[in-house]
Design a protein around this ligand. Structure first.
Ligand SMILES: *Cc1c(COP(=O)(O)O)cnc(C)c1O
Length: 392
């Protein structure tokens, strides 16, 4: 059988860094993924927030295919049209001024840390290079972003780590004030901690941090790798908070399924990054950027209204299910907390057997559906979850 063969080969030749479900996904269309046995699954994971338009959205497929047949890659020694077009669209939608393109969330955050240090060191001197991040944050798996990640569980066995990162508890402004000595160049945070359990920051805290940092020209770096590109109902999650960051990173949902990461900066920060200061061979790849432009073009006002309407419907439905104690996060970035005795991982497995793909984050169930979902998709997912939880 194809499924067994694929799994056997994977276990033999792929490094075992992931615990996978025993499914081989073979194709997808819209909200539905199909495994190698032909079983259909309603997908409320979107590949961890990546397939923002679902599987094989026609506008995205057309844009990617057209660009792949025209020019698949050059290098950053030449200009190409798609990356500049995408950068302009991103600046228009975010109010930021300049963009650097890489290939992943971690790479975007690496770039953000470099931009913050470069601006601060050239403006204030070499000692002002410390980055504050939040406890329970997640910023990536490379050494610097792993260091920035405020969760010890990811650090074990990988030291020594780059210096001058420090962690402060989320939503504790006094802790941040106490940690913000005159060597701090930036505060880096997620508006909704994703891997940390789908926990949104308090608006009051965010406003206090913003004015404190503004007074000292400490840069605010917002990691929107998971929250960005419409996921929470606004293009950036920080727009819910009225926060205007100095640096924003994007990745997951931006490419609609192809690898991309972006560092967005203000003109002030971007001006510090001259020729030779940063680079990435694949960064700004024309095929990926053409796909990302199709993602952005699809996200018009009607599209965003659907995101917000479906979020309201989904959250209300989840709150009414048995054993549910809290529904967290923002928009279509949803965490579900259960009564003691109900394990999110067991709920996830039972949903999979019932034809619904969902995620977990810490001890919560996590839903990151494609942003194209319909009212009927939400109803179907809620019915499956209700069936699972009634029997739990
Ligand atoms: C997923 C994620 C990252 C890492 O992105 P990769 O593309 O896996 O490197 C960084 N920050 C946040 C908030 C994320 O959710």
């Amino acid at each position: 059988m194809q499924t067994e063969k694929v799994i056997r080969r994977d276990l033999k030749y792929i490094m075992h860094t992931y615990n996978r479900s025993p499914l081989v996904l073979e194709r997808g269309m819209g909200m539905t993924a199909y495994d190698a046995e032909g079983n259909a699954y309603l997908d409320f994971t979107s590949g961890i927030g990546v397939n923002s338009l679902g599987y094989c959205h026609p506008a995205w497929v057309a844009a990617v295919a057209e660009q792949a047949g025209r020019l698949q890659h050059t290098s950053n020694l030449y200009y190409t049209a798609p990356d500049a077009k995408l950068a302009k669209r991103l600046c228009r939608r975010t109010g930021m001024d300049q963009v650097f393109f890489g290939n992943s969330g971690a790479e975007a955050n690496e770039g953000a840390i470099k931009c913050a240090r470069k601006y601060s060191v050239t403006t204030f001197g070499p000692d002002r290079n410390k980055v504050l991040t939040l406890v329970n944050s997640f910023h990536g798996r490379t050494l610097a972003t792993l260091t920035a990640t405020g969760q010890d569980v990811f650090h074990r066995d990988f030291g020594p780590f780059p210096g001058n990162f420090a962690y402060v508890a989320a939503n504790d402004f006094d802790a941040l004030k106490a940690a913000a000595d005159d060597t701090v160049c930036a505060v880096m945070m997620e508006m909704v901690q994703g891997e940390g359990g789908v926990v949104a920051l308090d608006p009051d805290y965010v406003h206090q941090v913003e004015s404190f940092c503004r007074e000292r020209d400490i840069l605010i770096v917002v990691d929107e790798v998971q929250t960005g590109v419409g996921r929470t109902g606004t293009f950036l999650a920080c727009q819910h908070y009225g926060l205007k960051p100095d640096i924003v990173t994007l990745a997951k949902g931006l490419g609609g399924g192809l690898p991309i990461g972006a560092v967005l900066t203000t003109a002030k920060v971007g001006a510090a990054m001259g020729p030779g200061s940063h680079g990435s061979t694949f960064g700004g790849n024309p095929v990926v950027c053409a796909g990302a432009c199709a993602v952005l073009d699809t996200m018009d006002d009607d599209f965003m209204k659907n995101v917000n309407d479906r979020a309201v419907q989904l959250r209300a439905g989840l709150a009414a299910l048995p054993h549910v104690t809290a529904v967290t996060g923002l928009g279509l970035m949803v965490g579900v907390a259960f009564e003691e005795g109900i394990q999110a991982a067991d709920v996830r497995t039972a949903c999979e057997h019932a034809g619904l793909l969902v995620l977990t984050a810490k001890d919560r169930l996590r839903l990151l559906p494609p942003l194209i979902l319909t009212e009927q998709d939400v109803t179907t997912a809620l019915n499956i979850l209700a069936g699972v939880l009634e029997n739990a």
